[in-house]
Design a protein around this ligand. Sequence first.
Ligand code: BES
Ligand code: ZN
Ligand code: ZN
Length: 502
Amino acid sequence: MLITITEHPDEWLSGREARNTWILQPFMSAQDVDETLLSRTQSQALRAMIDSGLFSGRKPEARALPTPLERTGGIVGVFTGKGKHRTADNIRRAAALAYKSLEDHQVRRAIVATGSLRDQEAAAFTEGLILASYRFDPYKSKENPDERKPRPEQVALAVPAGRNRKNLETAVTRAAVIAEGANAARRLGDTAANDLPPRALAAFARGIAEKFPHCACEIFERDALEKMGMNALLGVGKGSSEPPVLILLTYRPPKAKRHVAIVGKGVCFDSGGISLKPPQSMHEMKYDMSGAGAALCALMTAAELRLPVHITVAVPAAENKTGSAAQTPGDIVRAYNGKTIEVHNTDAEGRLLLADALAYTVKRFKPECLVDLATLTGACVVALGHHAAGILGTDQRLINALIAAGEATGERLWQLPLWEEHDELIRGEHADINNVGPAREAGTIVGAAFLKQFTGKTPWAHLDIAGTAYGVKKVPYWNAKYATGFGVRLLVQWLSDLASGK
Ligand code: BES
Ligand code: ZN
Ligand code: ZN
């Protein structure tokens, strides 16, 4: 969907096209109704709707009113929340509800009465519209009736008279780039595993490096991984005919003062391996590369926004399958940093391939800090559900900065403890460490305690996004049917904060 900015909405309001155009009116109260965009009758109708209590006035809400006898085809009243409830996230949600109203009425074009929104609020509104417009349909036949319905194609933000267009445009353009970045990660997640093996993830990373300045990409294939001693990563991939790869994507703008590394779990499909998962929701494990998608798309977005931060992304990618060569429970592998791991459960594979990638990243790149994102544990979904990802790590300042970025973007994080005592839970019997802990005991913390062994002294934070990467219900700008792209917006916010010296 195209978002534009216009100083001359009148061009949209006259002529035949006006009949196919609707007006979106964000508001806190009836006073916000913009009489220059809405006709007299439309303004009166919307004020009457507001005054009569049609909007609950508590949470974000959008109500459509077709106005076939007016110059524009209809209006959507969009309540954004008021007072302390007028947050960026409520504005995003309100915009998403507005988008759904347009879709329900099969409207192709709309104008937003932007007067009641400050620049940052217009940015949040834009983000909500673009996220809500996300569909994943490359596999749907064109004859499918759902595919033929008209959908919103263009939304113009009307610049109110006397407002600085430049500032509005900067904020809105940035928001659009970020939301499109999140949508790109969603497409990767939703793509079927048969179309997204590790080499396809590598091709995606290469595509970013070719498109954006100051980016470079390096791919390590099986032979190289063997020479480097990346046996934990190789072990995960042994059961699949699709070989594992390590993807390195860097963005190094000349003016960068900071250097951060982001590692994303790239399990393109997680069957559990020999420790096979039950079939009920195994198909969802195509989303097990969501951490990788978020890391790659965050770098892409940072590059597009030209953020002055040096970013290194590492993605260990593999398919966890059950072929005759598959890794077997009880196997012992030596990871890149020399530690030996007993693989008691082949379904705890994310931590294995991340172990090699974390250790390699720390050793080769020496970043000032390290963040990983992974759909790591079902236990995290049990603990936190779908409305927050877990965060754990070794550096409270880093954790706090990420939590703050999460609050700003609506991608919320909730910290779990990671104490020395937890190291006991992964002590190995015949090797240094075990890849699982005692059954049903602090599963998310155990996953993090394991990863910690591979981060050395580098300040590190781990985001367990198992509950937030897909299937999130009741957040209007996401869709339970699709991936969320969780992590892209939060990381870009964090990187922007770093760039501005926060
Ligand atoms: N990819 C899964 C975790 C997961 C579960 C993600 C549900 C999204 C939704 C991970 O590889 C896994 O299987 N973890 C095991 C760890 C256990 C064997 C210690 C789990 O959570 O059961
Ligand atoms: Zn698994
Ligand atoms: Zn997994």
